[in-house]
Design a protein. Structure first.
Length: 648
């Protein structure tokens, strides 16, 4: 940010915090500004471009007077500016919304703002001891000698990479090296602040806008709305399982009358049967000792509203043990209760380490050196020593960097001309719906396990209970000053249902290493149906008002229920009206028997690159229709057997 942009940013933030001052709120405006700048510095370049554009627009349109006005005038002026359909060819209202949402994220992540709405900051009690739970320490070992050669090098330490490494290490394959682009963060050091957690544990601060087409962001803006799906990806040792909600759902078993997601996998040439996948599911569930009733013990009142009891709701199976219900799942579990990532001996990553696998952090896979169809080496960028590259040699390489990361590595390795890289990408796209409950009950857990129950049809439309800290909730609410305050003030009374729509395989991962995806027309219709269902769920549970996660204020009172469908259609004409996100990108390197589709063959090996295997969600030849972690682990289990045979 240049000096003028920083000056405008501070003035915008001052206008925002002035809305809160009647509540008794006080904080350091200069430090808030620095926190926002730090967040942007770690975010994706597209986010920086968007914010820079709107800051320049404010400075230019106000003729440099914006920061001299009082905060109330700034609010009014920004509202008026946002009503202009286009300023300099840019969608000003959407861009202003991005800027304001970022401000709210930081404001409510800081103790002063967070404390306005959520008072539970003390450590949760460990029921085993009756004392405050202790954060878990897992010190980082020295970086291993990378000169090798290794038997196997695994790229990525998340759901796929950890399973492959554990299977091979426990089978006696050695030496095994796991390289991870993210940093080694001990569980005790996971930040509880939303903004700090995003910066430390997520790729690009959790801000990776997936656009609908592969054109530069500046040109994209010329075509209309800033319509994006934000992509959340773990970027820390342990990957997704360290920071996701650890939901373990199977692809539903095929049924004659119900095609389901598996039928799409079959049609796309999946080179294994459902029985093989089911066997892998069963083995993983047994090893993790998953408890189908576990969520009942650690959910907050918001989830208890939908506890299965002869209704349409079922229990989410979560990879956790003795959860404390602190609500910090997406900021990383400081107490080691997740069965993934660092800190729990049942974690596949910890099992791999215990069996001798070595882990090296802050090493980004750049490309493979391939000669005569044989992988010779992996070239890594040393993020701890910028400008330094490292060559790693191994008998076999297992790529498990996720749908976006793995595809980008293969593109940079020069395989894009021979293989359909990046095709058939999909995602589970989600938007939250909030209900205001006038008399929320007391609950032993606050806010409780983030996700507990679900309803709907796998592969078509799911509704899942969800809740988080104020900063994360704030970014999905309309950002406009008093409209925003009217909704965030209800934080303690809000319940939430996330509406999940799995897209078809019509997206792609570009050669620039980013996801291009949007809901198609049918999927947007399905999303609106899910919003209606979620609103009905919330009203049925006693909510007096429902708020959508929309860019403009969209709320409905209980009295509106008979007209809800018509009102919704009037308020939502475009998916750009909603705040959409995904933590579940899938596809890009399909495993298939169909050469027109296949990047990876039946042995989990990249076609034309002997010794290079893939073991992550980029393998999905079609969407899985549910949370993909368990299926990713199951495929990694199958892949490990092929790698073991190759290196034997």
């Amino acid at each position: 940010m240049n000096a003028t942009q920083t000056k405008v940013l501070r003035a915008v933030l001052e206008a925002q915090v002035s809305v809160l001052q009647p509540t008794g709120y006080q904080d350091d405006l200069d430090q808030i500004t620095q926190d926002v700048l730090g967040f942007l510095n770690d975010a994706a370049s597209d986010a920086q471009v968007l914010v820079g554009l709107v800051l320049d627009t404010i400075a230019d349109t106000s003729l440099g007077a914006f920061w001299n006005w009082d905060p109330a005038r700034r609010q009014t002026w920004l509202r008026e500016l946002s009503q202009a359909p286009l300023v300099g060819g840019k969608q000003t209202r959407d861009l202003l919304g991005v800027l304001l949402s970022l401000g709210w994220l930081v404001i409510y992540s800081r103790p002063a703002g967070r404390g306005l709405f959520w008072k539970t900051e003390k450590p949760p009690t460990d029921p085993a001891t009756g004392k405050p739970a202790l954060p878990v320490s897992v010190p980082q070992p020295p970086r291993p000698d990378l000169t090798g050669p290794f038997a196997v090098c695994v790229i990525g330490s998340g759901a796929g990479g950890a399973v492959v490494a554990a299977r091979l290490a426990e089978a006696g394959v050695a030496p095994i090296l796991i390289v991870e682009a993210g940093a080694w963060v001990e569980p005790k050091d996971y930040p509880s602040r939303d903004d700090f957690a995003l910066r430390r544990c997520y790729a690009s601060s959790g801000v990776q806008p997936a656009l609908s087409s592969a054109i530069p962001i500046s040109e994209f803006l010329e075509h209309g709305r800033v319509s994006t799906v934000n992509v959340l990806q773990g970027h820390v040792v342990g990957g997704g399982p360290a920071v996701n909600n650890a939901i373990c759902l199977r692809i539903p078993a095929p049924q004659p009358a119900i095609p389901g997601p598996w039928a799409a996998w079959q049609a796309a040439g999946a080179p294994f049967g459902y029985d093989q996948l089911a066997d892998a599911y069963q083995m993983l569930e047994t090893e993790l000792a998953l408890d189908p009733l576990g969520v009942d013990q650690c959910c907050g009142w918001r989830s208890l509203l939908f506890k299965p009891n002869g209704n349409d709701w079922g229990r989410l199976v979560i990879a956790m043990k003795d959860c404390l219900g602190c609500g910090g799942c997406n900021t990383g579990c400081q107490f080691g209760r997740k069965l993934g990532g660092l800190g729990n001996p049942r974690s596949f990553l910890e099992r791999a380490r215990a069996a001798g696998a070595l882990v090296a952090a802050q090493l980004q896979a750049d490309h493979f050196q391939i000669q005569d169809g044989q992988v010779q080496a992996l070239v890594l960028n040393d993020l701890a020593n910028p400008g330094t590259s490292i060559h790693v040699q191994a008998k076999a390489f297992v790529l498990a960097a996720g749908p976006i990361g793995s595809t980008a590595v293969l593109q940079r390795s020069g395989l894009g001309l021979a293989l359909p890289l990046g095709q058939r990408a999909s995602a589970n796209v989600v938007t939250p719906v909030y209900g205001v409950f006038p008399n929320p009950p007391d609950a032993p857990k606050d806010p409780g396990l983030q996700m507990c129950y679900y309803a709907g049809t796998e592969g078509e439309l799911l509704r899942e209970t969800w809740f988080h800290y104020p900063g994360s909730i704030a970014v999905s609410l309309p950002p406009w000053f008093q409209d925003h305050l009217a909704r965030i003030q209800d934080y303690a009374r809000l319940g939430c249902i996330g509406v999940v729509v799995p897209t078809g395989p019509h997206g792609n991962v570009g050669s620039d290493g980013r996801l291009y995806l949007a809901l198609n027309d049918d999927e947007f219709v399905l999303m609106k149906q899910g919003l209606l269902q979620a609103a009905g769920d919330l009203f049925g549970a006693g909510a007096t008002q429902v708020h959508l996660a929309a860019k403009e204020p969209v709320s409905f009172d209980a009295a509106h229920q008979p007209d809800l469908e018509a009102l919704l259609e009037a308020d939502l004409s475009d998916q750009g009206d909603l705040n959409l996100a995904t933590a579940h990108p899938q596809g890009g390197n399909a495993i298939s028997t169909d050469p027109a589709i296949a990047v990876v063959d039946a042995k989990f090996q990249v076609r034309g690159a002997q010794g290079l295997f893939v073991a992550d969600a980029s393998l999905f030849p079609a969407p899985c229709g549910v949370n993909p972690m368990l299926t990713t682990m199951a495929l990694a289990h199958l892949a490990a057997a092929q790698v073991k045979t190759f290196v034997a």
